[in-house]
Design a protein around this ligand. Structure first.
Ligand code: PLP
Length: 466
């Protein structure tokens, strides 16, 4: 990869555009500016991280509050806030665990870590039919590395196959299977060898040129799942790929066409390749099922979870693998300092308990379906919306300059985001033009309506200003 970074799912955030300064001039007070200036001076700058838009002082439930006193519905939350920010029960469990046992040095184990691993193993088995074994890490990127190392150990192969445009974390292994130039630019030097890529599924912008109908649906008779066929083709040609590494529903977001994962699963079986699902942002109910892959009736050999697993408070991720892949006992797959930390485990256990006890997965499915229906209605009135797609509370609204040629309306997307922020709604844009909504599972129908109304108004303002 040479030259400038290409459009990526991480691209286009208001943090990195001239609109940031304009927005700040309208909304920030002197104290906010002073803190932003300190942030700007002390942190290494990197894309969509520093410089920042605004300092926050409070995060509770669906809302974040900035220093200038503005409240935002947080429809981004880095996907950690399934239970909302600062869930009181999670916070109490963390505090209690701190009083009881705050760390488990290597060679020792805490009951909390075992309990959480057992709970995830049960969940994995209920879905895949295989008991699971678990390794914890502090971040998702590390858990992806563990999964890849394990796949190499199990298969005796080193190659992987993954998607262009995907993000799997910032470590070298994770960046190598990722497909975003922001993270794997040639100036960063060579990536891990054997990390092959294919074009991902993404029907509205099918890499194989197949059209979709007015509802954004593919004609499967015509395209014959060319995207899945390409995965099979590469696995066959290479013949020695250890694992396919992918998000079952892409975070951009793109939803797989029916039959996609079943076809890939079969191809993996046929070629002795393991299937690793990265469910770091989409697992634990975001898509309206506990595992996002449950929608597709294709079971992975290894699943990676993270983000919301720590209750939106603690950094925690997990690699959950079929128990019969437990072949690396004499080697180190992860060995992370906080691997069996009782405090992060307490946060994880409490999170799982609340999600199950209060039926948040079903709630996400219902509110998500309602929102999608309303978004389709907005699409019928706003020509800027080229495509609406989603599953549960993972939603994408693709803005285009014209529905005919689908040219991405990147500048308009930035302005719409800016208008929404001004009216108290925060979300991210992906690929520059896709308004990406990932509200917490606990979002109410009223809060969803409020967000939809803000979007509706912002799109109308954009049309009037154009
Ligand atoms: C699909 C996916 N995989 C992996 C990661 C990396 O997780 P972390 O930032 O915890 O390392 C992310 C983070 O956004 C992600 O979205």
């Amino acid at each position: 990869m040479k030259g400038e970074p290409l459009p990526a799912q991480s691209e286009g955030d208001i943090n990195s555009t001239p609109l940031r300064a304009q927005w700040q001039s309208q909304h920030l007070d002197a104290a906010s500016r002073a803190l932003l200036e300190r942030d700007n001076r002390v942190f290494l700058h990197q894309s969509v991280s520093t410089p920042c838009l605004s300092p926050i002082v409070r995060a509770q439930g669906v809302y974040i509050h900035d220093m200038a006193g503005k409240r935002y519905l947080d429809f981004h939350g880095n996907n950690v806030h399934h239970l909302g920010h600062g869930h009181p029960e999670v916070v109490v469990a963390i505090k209690a665990q701190l009083d009881e046992l705050s760390f488990a040095p290597r060679r020792f184990v805490s009951e909390r870590a075992v309990e959480l691993a057992e709970a995830l193993s049960r969940r994995f088995e209920a879905f895949t039919g295989h008991a699971g074994r678990v390794l914890f890490t502090t971040g998702g990127s590390d858990a992806v590395e563990v999964a890849i190392k394990l796949a190499r150990m199990v298969t005796g192969r080193y190659k992987t196959l993954s998607f262009w445009d995907a993000f799997h974390g910032a470590g070298f292994g994770a960046s190598s299977v990722g497909g975003e130039s922001l993270f794997r630019h040639s100036r960063m030097g060579p990536m891990v060898p054997g990390t092959e890529h294919v074009a991902p599924f993404g029907c509205y912008r099918c890499a194989y040129g197949h059209p979709v109908d007015a509802q954004g649906q593919p004609d499967l008779q015509r395209c014959a799942l060319a995207c899945a066929a390409m995965v099979r083709y590469v696995l066959e040609r290479e013949g020695d790929v250890a694992a396919v590494v992918a998000e079952p529903a892409r975070a951009v977001p793109f939803i797989p066409p029916p039959g996609y994962w079943q076809a890939v699963r079969e191809a993996c079986h046929a070629h002795g390749t393991l299937l690793i699902f990265d469910e770091i942002p989409t697992g634990l109910g975001k898509t309206g099922r506990f595992f996002a892959a449950e929608h597709d009736q294709a079971v992975p050999d290894i699943t990676v979870l993270g983000k919301a697993l720590g209750g939106g408070v603690m950094p925690l991720a997990a690699c959950v693998a079929r128990a019969d892949l437990n072949v690396a006992g004499d080697f180190a797959l992860g060995h992370y300092t906080h691997e069996k930390n009782p405090v992060t485990a307490a946060a994880g256990l409490t999170t799982l308990r609340i999600i199950e006890r209060e039926g948040w997965v079903e709630h996400a499915r219902e509110v998500g379906a309602y929102a999608l229906q309303r978004l389709r209605e907005l699409q019928s009135r706003h020509p800027l919306i080229g495509d609406v797609r989603g599953r549960g509370l993972l939603m994408g609204i693709a803005l285009v300059e014209s529905r005919q040629d689908k040219r991405p309306a990147k500048a308009a997307a930035e302005r719409v985001l800016s208008r929404c922020l001004s009216q108290g709604l925060s979300f991210k844009t992906t690929m520059g033009n896709v308004l990406t909504w990932t509200p917490p599972l606990i979002v109410s129908r009223e809060q969803m309506d409020e967000a939809l109304d803000i979007l509706d108004r912002s799109l109308s303002e954009e049309l009037r200003a154009a």
